[in-house]
Design a protein around this ligand. Structure first.
Ligand code: ATP
Length: 228
């Protein structure tokens, strides 16, 4: 459903991506890997229409999405959990969730069932939540758009181990229900468990793509690009 081929993009005069290629099929879970500053977030920004690529192919369901504004990309079924969460601080938990709602299987009741902590705190302002709760809210808000593909930039960054485990469990559940997932995170173990395929970016270029089994047996690739 999502295909990038030879994507080049940057910030003003600064080029960050020099040839990113990746694909996500319906229902597939793909991990986007690479060390800090290699271009993962920039790739996500290109996918979501926040940065226009200067070259390359970006397609959703086989149709070019280059130049579409973010709201149109969202309507095509891509939901983003952005780096740094970016919940609306002065809105309540419930208001944050309702703000992005579109019809579909995911609604307030289902998000509260997935994250009971959000149900307990539904009337609190988002800024009063812990980091883990804010991440749950960011995931819930993306689910409320009823995406076909959920994109998570730093799924569990900076969170306590128990909260991380809870978030990975929820992502496994979302995945098992057939939603496609494109996920960035530092926890390679969790990604190996969740994802079907892995794409590694180095200095803005896709340098390796393979299955979880491929990556598990490719120690040289992990040494070279991930320093694991
Ligand atoms: P991290 O894991 O640290 O978030 P990343 O793989 O997501 O890294 P990007 O954030 O996409 O990497 O950064 C790729 C390159 O683009 C880096 O050289 C970075 O300094 C640069 N860059 C990122 N954001 C901006 C910006 N807003 N303006 C200018 N340059 C930027």
């Amino acid at each position: 459903m999502l295909a990038l081929e030879g994507i080049e993009a940057g910030y003003g005069e600064t080029r960050a991506l020099f040839g990113v290629s990746l694909g996500v099929a319906a229902g597939e879970a793909v991990a986007l890997l690479g060390r800090n500053g290699m271009g993962k977030t920039t790739t996500v920004r290109v996918i979501m229409g926040l940065i226009r690529p200067s070259a390359g192919r970006l397609e959703i369901d086989g149709v070019s999405a280059v130049g579409l504004p973010p709201f149109r990309i969202a309507r095509q079924g891509l939901g983003l959990v952005p780096e740094g969460r970016q919940t609306f601080p002065t809105l309540s938990v419930a208001e944050n969730l309702i703000a992005t709602a579109r019809p579909g299987a995911w609604n307030l009741a289902r998000v509260y069932e997935l994250f009971p902590r959000l149900a307990e705190r539904q009337r609190q302002l988002a800024r009063a939540l812990s980091g883990g709760e804010q991440q749950m809210l960011a995931i819930g808000r993306a689910l409320m758009t009823n995406p076909r593909l959920l994109i998570l930039d730093e799924a569990t960054e900076g969170l306590a181990p128990l909260i991380r485990a809870e978030i990975w469990g929820c992502l496994a559940r979302i995945r098992a229900e057939g939603m496609a997932v494109l996920v960035i995170d530092k926890s390679i173990d969790a990604l190996m468990e969740l994802a079907d395929r892995h794409v590694i970016i180095e200095n803005g270029v896709t340098v390796w793509t393979g299955t979880t089994a491929d990556l598990a047996s490719a120690q040289a690739v992990r040494d070279r690009y991930l320093h694991l």
